[in-house]
Design a protein around this ligand. Structure first.
Ligand code: PHE
Length: 449
């Protein structure tokens, strides 16, 4: 007899868990630096428009697919159309690749929490603090294992008692801490210039790059095209209003990204230099500690900041682990505990080379990238756009949008139905192909977008 599938207890549980997945390192670290790179306010505006159109269409499609079939990512597609089983496998590959390296970065965040909480702000601001930390052999792997351990403890308790409970505690704290840090920064007199850059769109800075950059960020940030929303959708009760829930997840995801921009961009304008805005990946671990070290109460603020980043990273890692666990449970009929342990071991096994890629193994450079960046490239720049594209084709042209619309309308009217249909059928697939081509070309160095 088939076991009853676990469920979130109600709407809040579902929304907080899905928002927990969406709100992650992408919102807090990647969003502000992309915004800075692509011209400030104009990027913010374009991103917001994409969230409520593209992001909305894909997210509602994935959640509805999950709820309708009650299946994990690997089986949801074949359940509706047997020939499309390959898309399930492709989708399943994404979280399997992302999980280990995401946890490596999660481990770095734990380290920074400890450093700031123990008052070592000045040390963290030292010029080679970060590079010497990540190039060490053992220490980052210890933090990686600890981060995976924390994720495991939550997921092992299951959907309602583990994930839902943890999200109900972590997400509200994350929101409060974000507001506190942002308020701290924006009420300083030095913040004016940065705020203007961030909040006033300069339309002369708009170009196709703005849209492509925002779109790449969108899929990652909303946890789309990696089976997560399908999995969480499969745990959603039939009486929960799907469209309203998606709207709340959008608000969370955009809201936290917006707040992160408010914390980081004015701080850099006031205390950093304009090159810092281009610091990319180093922004969070290199530039911010320097800024905290220069601010009064920076030590405390830094500690709060890294705790909130840790919560954001943990809820995202939880969703990645759960997606893989649900695949193992559905496909191989393993129990939850065994599946969790296997996924944790996988994370450590692949996380180790990803971590060593910054030190002992820095000579290993697939496609000229570090090992971690290589995994990131394969999942985010290659697989995710392909999965997103095929998901649009699947929903828009194979099973047809009607299937999704019916699922959404189980609980009332579907307000953005037209937007959903037009985007999923035509606009999204075309743009996704453009992102795919441009990101591959960009990494291969054929052109600079
Ligand atoms: N959405 C998360 C973020 O913005 C990223 C993420 C990636 C979450 C992969 C889960 C899985 O950081």
């Amino acid at each position: 007899m088939e076991k009853k599938r676990s469920n979130f207890s109600g709407k809040i549980g579902f929304v907080l868990a899905a928002a927990g997945s969406a709100v992650g390192l992408g919102n807090i670290w990647r969003f502000p630096y992309l915004t800075a790179e692509y011209g400030g306010g104009i990027f913010l505006l374009v991103y917001l428009i994409l969230v409520v159109t593209f992001g909305f269409a894909l997210m509602i499609a994935e959640i509805a697919l999950g709820r309708k079939t009650g299946k994990s990512a690997i089986e949801a597609f074949s359940d509706l159309s047997p020939k499309w089983g390959f898309l399930g496998k492709l989708t399943a590959a994404v979280p399997i690749i992302i999980f280990p390296y995401y946890c490596v970065i999660g481990g770095w965040v734990i380290k920074y929490v400890i450093v700031f909480v123990s008052g070592q702000v000045q040390a963290a601001a030292g010029s080679d603090f970060f590079s010497s930390f990540i190039s060490a052999e053992i220490e980052p792997i210890v933090w990686l294992s600890l981060f995976i351990g924390a994720t495991l403890v939550v997921v092992i308790f299951g959907v309602e008692k583990g994930i839902e409970k943890a999200s109900k505690v972590m997400m509200p704290i994350l929101v409060i801490l974000s507001v506190v840090v942002a308020a701290f920064v924006i009420f300083r007199p030095e913040a004016k210039e940065g705020l203007k850059f961030y909040l006033m769109p300069d339309f002369s800075k708009f170009s196709s790059k703005t849209v492509l950059g925002a779109m790449g960020q969108l899929f990652y940030s909303m946890s789309l095209a990696m089976g997560i929303m399908i999995t969480y959708g499969s745990y959603m009760k039939k009486d929960v209003h799907l469209e309203k829930s998606v709207k709340q997840i959008e608000i969370f995801d955009f809201g936290i990204a917006f707040l992160a921009g408010l914390m980081i961009i004015p701080a850099i304008f006031a205390f950093g230099s304009s090159e810092d805005l281009q610091a990319g990946a180093g922004l969070m671990f290199v530039v911010l500690p320097k800024i905290f070290a220069n601010m009064s109460m920076g030590g405390l603020l830094g500690a709060i900041f890294f705790v909130l980043v840790l919560f954001a990273a943990l809820t995202s890692a939880i969703s990645l682990m759960e997606t893989i666990v649900s695949i193992l449970m559905d496909k191989l009929h393993w129990n939850r505990t065994l599946s969790c342990i296997v996924v944790a071991l996988w994370g450590i096994l692949i996380g180790i080379p990803a971590s060593l890629g910054y030190g002992a193994w820095s000579g290993v450079q697939p496609l000229g990238l570090s090992i971690l960046d290589f995994f990131d490239f394969i999942s985010n720049s290659v697989l995710m756009p392909i999965v997103a594209f095929l998901t649009c084709i699947f929903v828009g042209h194979v099973i047809k949008p009607k299937e999704i619309i019916e699922e959404v309308e189980l609980n009332g009217t579907f307000k953005r139905k037209k937007i959903f249909e037009v985007f999923i059928k035509y606009i999204a697939p075309i743009f996704i192909i453009l992102i795919l081509l441009s990101s591959i070309a960009n990494t291969m160095g054929w052109m600079k977008i």
